[in-house]
Design a protein around this ligand. Structure first.
Ligand code: GCU
Length: 389
């Protein structure tokens, strides 16, 4: 049976590709594997294998950050053998912790140096977009230090007892079709998979850090980085929670849509994000064997929070709610809760269930106000942070 929303029929989440129903929680892992295969085959490309070894080198550590409330460090993670991907992970950990803390990990758009004015934070060495800093030659500059600190408000996150880890997306794959990251030597996949793979490796390494609770690591990201945050966690059950913020098309919003971005638009503007097969759906999204409720459902039974803004119709907040509503069948099947709303909530009313949702006023952005929602949700859904004295 297909579900209808607006004018669209979405493939049923609880029906196998051969038409047989998924009736029990025991059958879900098989449906899960089927969805993972289909998403990789028709849309994102196949994930490369995890690196055989990860080398970590601390570039600097400042225990006196934020007047001694946090330790800020940068760690170079070299993933696998040459030609290796190297991630420069910026990590802030609260000093006043009584045990391992929960952590958020997410990619940033312009380089770690845009998030903190700490002089030791390194500038990316490779290509950076020229819409964050006005570069002539796509090279990062000192002028951008701290320019986008409100995107990942470190003091606020530390105050709430969590760690933050972030890296520049271009460390894994520059966001331009002309330059391909080293990881592309390992298979056929689009840039979203490359990024998600990098995020998974960063999360896995964080889980080995003595100050971090491996069971309380959440991915987070804005827009294309939100698509990545969801994709990474959907395909990696070691990640405890995902917060795809304003992720939209190719992430949390339906491909079958009359609102916001379409498959053709995203493929035309960002041909490197998805695989070749996805281009076949440019003018026939209805032929896709899934829609994005299937990707969201891969999070079950874990928590996931979809956050949106009323002024960001490009990301289709209503379509995202519908995807979440349909995905909730997986949580119900597993006895892991349900979406606590039948219709879109009013502005600023958090739907505070394991699959959660929020729409706020305003536009396409991520800032401290959004983080206070993420942190509240994490307090309740990520088993609560270790107490901070
Ligand atoms: C563009 C793109 C979106 C994406 C967004 C962003 O608007 O069309 O799919 O989410 O950029 O990453 O900010």
């Amino acid at each position: 049976m297909a579900q209808t929303h607006d004018r669209f029929d979405y493939p049923d989440l609880l029906t196998f590709a051969d038409g047989s129903p998924v009736t029990t929680g025991e059958a879900w892992p098989r449906r899960r594997e089927e969805l993972k295969r289909l998403f990789q085959q028709e849309m994102y490309g196949f994930f490369p294998p995890a690196p055989q070894k990860v080398a970590a080198e601390v570039r600097f550590a400042d225990e006196g950050y934020l007047d001694g409330r946090a330790t800020l460090s940068e760690i170079a993670l070299v993933l696998g053998a040459a030609p290796a991907t190297s991630i420069n992970l910026l990590l802030a950990v609260p000093n006043a912790r009584k045990g391992p803390v929960g952590a958020f990990v997410g990619m940033n758009f312009g380089g770690n140096h845009t998030l903190s004015d700490h002089p030791r934070v390194a500038l990316p060495q490779g290509w950076v977009p020229n819409w964050i800093e006005q570069t002539q030659n796509n090279r990062a500059t000192e002028a951008a230090r701290g320019l986008r600190a409100d995107r990942f408000p470190i003091a606020q996150i530390i105050e709430r007892g969590y760690a933050l880890a972030t890296f520049y997306m271009g460390d894994v794959d520059p966001d331009t079709p002309e330059i391909r990251g080293a990881i592309h030597a390992h298979g056929q996949f689009g840039t979203l998979v490359a990024w998600a793979w990098g995020l998974q490796q960063a999360a896995a390494w964080l889980g080995t850090h003595p100050a971090i609770d491996a069971g309380r690591i959440a991915t987070v990201g804005h827009s294309r980085n939100g698509k990545t945050a969801l994709l990474a966690a959907a395909f990696d059950e070691r990640i405890a929670m995902a917060i795809p913020h304003q992720a939209g098309c190719g992430g949390t919003a339906p491909s079958r849509t009359a609102i916001g971005e379409t498959i053709r638009q995203i493929n035309d503007r960002f041909p490197h994000w998805f695989n070749g097969a996805f281009k076949r759906y440019n003018d026939r999204p209805e032929a896709l064997p899934f829609d994005q409720h299937g990707l969201i459902a891969l999070m079950a039974p874990r928590p996931v929070l979809l956050t949106n803004a009323a002024g960001d119709q490009w990301a289709n907040p209503a379509g995202q709610f519908e995807m979440l509503r349909l995905a909730a069948a997986a949580w119900r099947l597993l006895g892991a809760g349900d979406l606590d709303a039948e219709a879109m909530p009013e502005l600023n009313r958090l739907v505070d269930s394991t699959p959660g949702y929020l729409i706020r006023p305003g536009n396409h952005s991520m800032g401290p106000q959004d983080w206070s929602v993420f942190l509240d949700f994490a307090d309740r859904r990520l088993a609560g942070p270790a107490p901070v004295s």
